[in-house]
Ligand binder design. Structure first.
Ligand SMILES: C[S@@+](CC[C@H](N)C(=O)[O-])C[C@H]1O[C@@H](n2cnc3c(N)ncnc32)[C@H](O)[C@@H]1O
Length: 281
C-alpha cells in the first residue's frame, strides 16, 4: 500500500460521512501521521506506507468521520500569526475573531503600554496575539472554564508571554477590580434554540459554555457591556464579537449603557461581526 492508496481510503470514509473538504482533511491527517508537510506528501504519492502508520491514520480518519474537528485531532490551530494549543473543552479559534486583533492594532502603536482585559479568553488566542504585537502592553485574561484557563496558560508559556498576562479562572459576574484601557471579548452569542441546529462538528464537540447565550443569544453580551462600564477607564474601548444578526440589539444595549459606537466591522462574508465602542462617561 502506498500514500495514494491511503488517501483513497480516507477520502472514501470521509465522503460517506459527508465531510465538506474531505480531500483536504484526509491529506492533513496522513501528513500528521507521516510527520510530513502536505506538499511533501503530495509529491511522494507512490511511497509505501507501513502497517503501523496506516493503522494510526485509519484511527484519525474514523475520528474525523464522526465529525471531530481537525483542530481537536491535531491539538492545535493557527490564529493570526501564531499556532495555539487546543483541546476538547476549549473553543477552536475562528478566523473572524482575528478582526478584533487587527482593530486593536490599528488603535494602538507598537510602543504603547496599555492594560487589556480579555473576557472569556478560551485558548488565549486574542490577548496573546495582541500582546505579542504590542510588547509594552500587559493584561488579564479570564474564563469561567478551568480547562480553557489551563490551555491559555500553556499557550502563554509557549509564546513566552506568561509574565505579561494574569490568567484568572473566574465568572465575569465576579470580576470587580482594576481599570482597563481595552476590554476585548468573543463572548458566547448563540441562542438556546439555535444550538441544536449547529453543524455536527460544533454541536457534538465544542464546549457549550463557549457558545450558549440564553433565549435571545444576548445574555453574555449584556453582561459584558454592563460589566465593562465599571472595568473600563474613562474613554476606554470595548471591542467584541457578535452574531451577524445581533447588530441592532447590540447598538441599543450600548446606547442604553452610555457607550459610543465607533465602528461595526464586517467579516469575510460581509456580515457585521465586531463592534468597537468607547465608554464615554
Ligand atoms: C466564544 S468562546 C471565545 C474563546 C476565545 N476568546 C476565542 O475567541 O477563541 C467564549 C469563552 O467565554 C467563556 N465564558 C462563558 N461564560 C463565561 C462567564 N460567565 N465568565 C467568564 N467566561 C465565560 C467560555 O468558557 C469560552 O471560553
Amino acid at each position: 500500500m502506498n500514500y495514494l492508496d491511503a488517501l483513497h481510503y480516507g477520502n472514501q470514509i470521509l465522503k460517506l460521512s459527508k465531510i465538506k473538504n474531505y480531500n483536504l482533511d484526509t491529506e492533513i491527517l496522513l501528513s500528521k501521521v507521516l510527520n510530513l508537510k502536505r506538499e511533501s506528501l503530495l509529491i511522494n504519492l507512490q511511497n509505501p506506507i507501513d502497517k503501523k502508520n496506516f493503522n494510526r491514520f485509519k484511527k484519525l480518519v474514523l475520528r474525523r468521520g464522526k465529525y471531530e474537528p481537525i483542530a481537536y485531532i491535531l491539538r492545535k490551530k493557527e490564529f493570526w500569526k501564531n499556532t495555539f494549543k487546543i483541546k476538547r473543552g476549549v473553543l477552536i479559534p475562528r478566523p473572524e475573531t482575528e478582526i478584533i486583533v487587527n482593530e486593536v492594532l490599528k488603535l494602538t502603536c507598537s510602543k504603547s503600554s496599555k492594560n487589556f482585559l480579555d473576557i472569556g479568553t478560551g485558548s488565549g488566542c486574542i490577548l496573546l496575539s495582541i500582546i505579542k504585537e504590542r510588547p509594552y502592553s500587559y493584561g488579564t485574561a479570564i474564563d469561567i472554564s478551568k480547562k480553557a484557563i489551563n490551555i491559555a496558560i500553556c499557550n502563554a508559556k509557549m509564546h513566552h508571554l506568561e509574565n505579561k498576562i494574569k490568567f484568572i479562572n473566574i465568572d465575569i459576574d465576579k470580576l470587580n477590580h482594576n481599570k482597563y484601557d481595552f476590554i476585548v471579548s468573543n463572548p458566547p452569542y448563540i441562542c438556546n434554540f439555535d444550538i441544536n441546529r449547529l453543524e455536527n462538528d460544533i454541536r457534538l464537540y465544542e464546549p457549550i459554555v463557549a457558545l450558549r447565550a440564553g433565549l435571545d443569544g444576548l445574555s453574555e453580551i449584556k453582561k459584558l457591556i454592563i460589566k465593562s462600564k465599571n472595568l473600563l477607564k474613562h474613554n476606554g474601548k470595548l471591542i467584541f464579537e457578535i452574531g451577524f444578526d445581533q447588530v441592532n440589539d447590540v447598538k441599543r444595549l450600548l446606547f442604553n449603557n452610555n457607550f459610543y459606537l465607533n465602528k461595526i466591522c464586517k467579516d469575510y462574508q460581509n456580515l457585521p461581526r465586531v463592534i468597537i465602542s468607547t465608554k464615554q462617561f
